[in-house]
Write a protein that binds this ligand. Structure first.
Ligand SMILES: C[S@@+](CC[C@H](N)C(=O)[O-])C[C@H]1O[C@@H](n2cnc3c(N)ncnc32)[C@H](O)[C@@H]1O
Length: 193
């Protein structure tokens, strides 16, 4: 019965949380832990350590199972807040969390952070927002004065359109293009205006 309900929620009502939970339950995102994602994670970790070396406060939106926080390691952040729409993903993230971490189930289009952050990261997640630009403008209020956004988007047919929308009016700090056996990932760090 519950699987029929889940099917209806996913397919008929297209409830986002049920769709993501289903995909995590099916193991469809296990691939994020694989070697062909190492390049992307390494660039994100490298940017955080280089640009914010003094235990920065990090907010990761669409954090999945907490892989970025695990790769970054706790000596490299002061506070790590991760949020994701999938409670299955957040349960997994919490299992590997340390006392500096807070993991929350929330929709990025509605969530209001507590406090401010040195870096806000959207790694392969920003394009799930219904209003990318509005979402970034809203989150920019929760950056500290020298705070930075870090966004990665894998190259696909819509990625240029996303970047054009995102980069209009912001100040690019740096970008790296990562090519792995899985795909090509644009990783950009920028300041909002
Ligand atoms: C491709 S995965 C990326 C996960 C992780 N950031 C990484 O680097 O591997 C996208 C994540 O965004 C989450 N997500 C999708 N829509 C969301 C929303 N509206 N609010 C919060 N998280 C969302 C999904 O549950 C999923 O964990």
């Amino acid at each position: 019965m519950s699987s029929i309900l889940s099917l209806i929620k996913r397919k008929v009502f297209r409830v986002n949380r049920d769709r993501w939970n289903y995909q995590y339950d099916k193991g469809l995102w296990h691939g994020l832990k694989a070697l062909d994602e190492l390049g992307r994670f390494s660039v994100v970790v490298g940017y955080i350590k280089f640009l914010k070396p003094d235990q920065p406060d990090i907010l990761e939106i669409g954090c999945g199972e907490g892989l970025l926080q695990q790769r970054l390691q706790q000596q490299n952040y002061g506070r790590f807040v991760g949020l994701d729409i999938s409670d299955r993903a957040i349960d997994a993230a919490r299992a590997d969390a340390d006392p500096k971490c807070t993991y929350l189930v929330a929709d990025m289009d509605r969530y209001t952070p507590e406090g401010t952050f040195d870096m806000i990261v959207f790694s392969e997640s920003v394009y799930y927002s219904k209003h990318i630009l509005k979402t970034l403008q809203r989150y920019s209020q929760f950056l500290k004065p020298d705070g930075l956004f870090l966004i990665t988007i894998n190259q696909h047919k819509h990625s240029d359109t996303y970047w054009t929308e995102i980069m209009a009016g912001v100040q690019l700090v740096d970008e790296t293009v990562v090519t792995t056996s899985k795909g090509v990932f644009d990783c950009r760090v920028f300041r909002p205006h």
